[in-house]
Design a protein around this ligand. Structure first.
Ligand code: F6R
Length: 248
């Protein structure tokens, strides 16, 4: 894993936004779609803000951009205050010229018996585009990527998962208490993340420093799914000073 350490998350996010803008423009010049894997949570907010700025102030167009989000809570209505559909619209999609038919977020409204087929279709759609050009990730305190919690296999598929207690506690403020916090989610599997041509993982703050050390310098283990990225040939961890502080 390559690690890049920045003074703060704002400058780091701007640097990654420039890389993504370059990729979008290269694909535009080639008349190709640009296939992006996106994350929610606090870590990529600065990236999305900078992409919105590049659209509004520097003419970056998202007309050729196709996106696939990593995950969604299950069950979840798209217009609910805590849905990842709502998050993505508010942070990015409503402020750029992406076509509504070009963004994909796992559907939290399915009935249980529809999920397996839906997940296979989500992966098939990514494959039909030739795979993800770039996957954006955050990292959970337990080392999860997407909602691939501890114990997820390196070849895991897109599926319904049970959320770890630590993940639910981290989300419980948004849901006004643990008892209202979903117990399950649909997540892109580790396999599709590993197949992305490029992976960028963000981590900010002292609170992430221990898990960053484990993911970067520890054993490759399904206990820490982010450690699988040690075996990816084009993965970069973008860190602020605090998140990098435990690296040797
Ligand atoms: C979100 C996701 C999660 C988060 C992770 C870190 O789509 O897949 O893996 O990236 O929980 O969350 P934050 O960025 O809020 O610390």
């Amino acid at each position: 894993i390559e690690t890049k350490i920045f003074n703060n998350s704002t400058v780091a996010s701007k640097a990654v936004a420039l890389e993504i803008a370059d990729l979008i423009r290269v694909k535009q010049a080639q008349k190709q779609p640009c296939i992006l894997g996106l994350a929610t949570g606090s870590s990529p907010k600065g990236l999305y803000a900078e992409l919105v700025r590049l659209h509004k102030e520097e003419g970056l167009s998202f007309k050729n951009v196709i996106t696939f989000n990593l995950d969604e809570y299950y069950p979840m209505e798209p217009d609910s205050i805590n849905s990842y559909v709502r998050f993505m619209k508010e942070q990015l999609f409503n402020h750029v010229d992406i076509l509504p038919e070009n963004y994909n977020i796992p559907d939290g409204t399915l009935s249980k018996d529809e999920i397996a087929e839906y997940c296979a279709g989500y992966e098939a759609k990514i494959e039909a585009y030739g795979g993800l050009d770039l996957q954006i990730l955050g990292i959970g305190g337990n080392g999860h990527i997407g909602f691939n919690e501890s114990g997820s296999l390196q070849n895991s598929k897109t599926r319904l998962v049970a959320l770890d207690h630590i993940t639910r506690v981290a989300a419980s403020n948004d849901f006004l208490g643990l008892s209202n916090t979903p117990r399950t989610a649909i997540t892109l599997g580790v396999k599709k993340i590993m197949e992305a041509k490029r992976v960028i993982l963000f981590a900010w703050g002292e609170g992430k420093s221990n898990i960053i050390r484990e993911a970067v310098e520890g054993q490759v283990t399904n206990r820490v799914p982010a450690s699988f990225l040690q075996e990816h040939n084009n993965a970069t961890f973008i860190l602020d000073k605090e998140a990098s502080s435990k690296l040797t």
